[in-house]
Write a protein that binds this ligand. Structure first.
Ligand SMILES: [Zn+2]
Length: 58
């Protein structure tokens, strides 16, 4: 399986993205394509969901 090295724009770590990863086509086409690793992706999603939640009445 082919792999490509991609650096996460959020944590700066370099990851090997395998062929079956959803971002692989994008990364293999453009070397400067933006990549966010799974961990940061999850974190961002979690934080944005937290912001969207209505505040609980006290
Ligand atoms: Zn990251």
């Amino acid at each position: 399986m082919n792999k490509i090295a991609a650096r996460c724009i959020m944590c700066g770590k370099t990851y090997e993205v395998a062929e079956d990863h959803k971002d692989y086509p994008k990364l293999s086409q453009a070397k400067d394509a933006v990549f966010v690793c799974d961990r940061c992706n999850y974190k961002v999603r979690y934080e944005s969901e937290e912001k969207q939640k209505p505040k609980k009445p006290m």
